[in-house]
Design a protein around this ligand. Sequence first.
Ligand code: COA
Length: 189
Amino acid sequence: MRAPDVAYLPEQPAHDPTIEDINAEAFGPGRFARAAYRIREDGPHEASLSFVATIEGDVVASVRMTRIAAGRGRGLLLGPLAVRPAWKNLGIGRRLVAIALEAARKAGHGVVVLVGDEPYYGPLGFRRVPRGQIEMPRPVDPDRLLAAELVPGAVAALGGVMQHAGAKDKAPVEAEVATIAAGRMIEAT
Ligand SMILES: CC(C)(COP(=O)(O)OP(=O)(O)OC[C@H]1O[C@@H](n2cnc3c(N)ncnc32)[C@H](O)[C@@H]1OP(=O)(O)O)[C@@H](O)C(=O)NCCC(=O)NCCS
């Protein structure tokens, strides 16, 4: 099959229904129970740092970024990242992550965090966050809590419970915080 022409574009409001459909297809109803979703539901994502891939005008993949706070640290949470099954393994996911990281760097953000598979994200610049440094509002496998440091020291500044940056003045989510226990749950961003 001839390689398709893929365009990478900043996300627009008109993309919303298709992005929702792509995420539903990729993650199913279980996505609403994930720790990263719990953070994202407390506020909007950063549309200016979120991107879609299109083929012949159709959105076939999406990556979103959301501003987060953890202790005195600030950064971005990457995800969801999803590619339509028909267009997997063409490098679209990797390219979307690279574009989102570069946009974050240009916008002056110090760190991008995600919950995902190290074998996939490691080559894209993500490393495991030291165990116990950050708590997520729902349990995650600590081996899957990864960060790409864009400004030296930005990972070390993250600590405590990670929240949506816009939710940090709201009631604390301590009641929902569960101890991070190795292997307790597998979560995709
Ligand atoms: C994961 C996903 C985003 C990858 O997108 P993609 O465009 O197909 O990936 P790319 O073409 O950039 O990369 C493909 C490579 O990554 C590998 N890969 C895909 N998913 C992987 C994973 N979870 N862990 C490790 N490697 C993975 C593929 O085997 C392939 O390897 P190769 O280059 O050696 O053949 C896509 O498969 C998807 O939407 N999955 C469902 C949702 C999901 O799991 N999102 C990510 C959460 S961690």
